[in-house]
Design a protein around this ligand. Structure first.
Ligand code: PRP
Length: 211
C-alpha cells in the first residue's frame, strides 16, 4: 500500500503559514522553499507529499481522496459541507463571516432582503434561522460593490481587517460565524493511514499549545 501522506495546502498567504506549521511539526519538505512554479513537493524520508491548490478547492481534493489531509477555511466547510473529517482548528487564518451594509442602512422586515454573497448556503442558513425572507444574489467576487450599485441591500462576506468594508463605506451590521483554518482528512485515509495522520495531528496540536 502507498504509505505517502498527500497533503493539500491552500495556495497563497494562508498556505505559507500552514506549511510553516507542518515544517515546525517535523514534516518539512525543503524543496518547497525553492522559488519556482512547481506545485508538488515530496520528502521521501518523511513520506509526505505537499501540493498547492486553490484554497476553495482543498476540500474537493480531500473529499475525493486525491489528498489524504489538507487545510481549508471553515467558510468553505460550512458552505459546501464536504464529506470529510474536520480534525483540528489551527487557529490561523482567523476572520469572521458577517453581514455588512452601507452606512445608514435600515432594515424593513416586511420587505424581502436582497443579499449578495459568495456564500449562498451560509447566508441562507443564517436568515432561515431567523425566519427572514431573503433573495440571494450569488456573486463570485467584489461583493462589496453590490449594495453600492443597488444590486443588493446587504452583503454576507468575510471580514478580516475590515479595510475593504471601510474603504467602500460599508459597515458590519451583524456577525454570522467566526472563521479559521481547519485540518481536514479524507474519511477512508483517516481509517487506513490513521497512525500517520494522528501523528501529524498531534504534532500540529502541540505547536498550537506552545503559542
Ligand atoms: C476577502 C473578502 C473581502 C476581503 C476582506 O476577499 O471577500 O473582500 O477579503 O478582508 P479585509 O476585511 O481585510 O479587507 P479575498 O481577499 O479573500 O479575495 P476574494 O475577492 O477572492 O474573495
Amino acid at each position: 500500500m502507498n504509505n505517502w501522506i498527500n497533503i493539500a495546502l491552500p495556495k497563497g498567504r494562508l498556505g505559507e503559514k500552514v506549511y510553516d506549521m507542518f515544517e515546525r511539526s517535523g514534516f518539512e519538505c525543503p524543496s518547497i522553499h525553492e522559488n519556482n512554479r512547481k506545485l508538488i513537493f515530496e520528502n521521501e524520508e518523511k513520506g509526505v507529499r505537499y501540493f498547492w491548490v486553490k484554497p476553495s478547492d482543498v476540500a474537493i481534493y480531500v473529499e475525493r481522496g486525491a489528498a489524504d489531509i489538507g487545510v481549508a477555511g471553515k467558510d468553505i466547510l460550512l458552505e459546501y459541507e464536504p464529506e470529510i473529517y474536520e480534525l483540528l482548528d489551527l487557529d490561523i487564518g482567523k476572520c469572521r463571516m458577517a453581514v455588512a451594509a452601507p452606512a445608514g442602512f435600515r432594515d424593513e422586515p416586511q420587505r424581502t432582503l436582497r443579499v449578495a454573497t459568495k456564500f449562498s448556503k451560509i447566508a441562507s442558513d443564517h436568515y432561515a434561522a431567523k425566519g427572514r425572507d431573503i433573495d440571494i444574489i450569488h456573486l463570485t467576487g467584489s461583493i462589496e460593490i453590490a449594495p453600492i450599485l443597488g444590486l443588493s441591500d446587504v452583503i454576507v462576506d468575510i471580514v478580516e481587517t475590515g479595510t475593504t468594508l471601510r474603504e467602500n463605506n460599508l459597515a458590519v451590521i451583524e456577525d454570522v460565524v467566526p472563521i479559521s483554518a481547519r485540518l481536514i482528512a479524507n474519511r477512508s485515509s483517516f481509517k487506513f493511514k490513521n497512525e500517520k495522520i494522528e501523528e501529524i495531528m498531534r504534532a500540529l496540536s502541540a505547536l498550537k499549545e506552545e503559542k
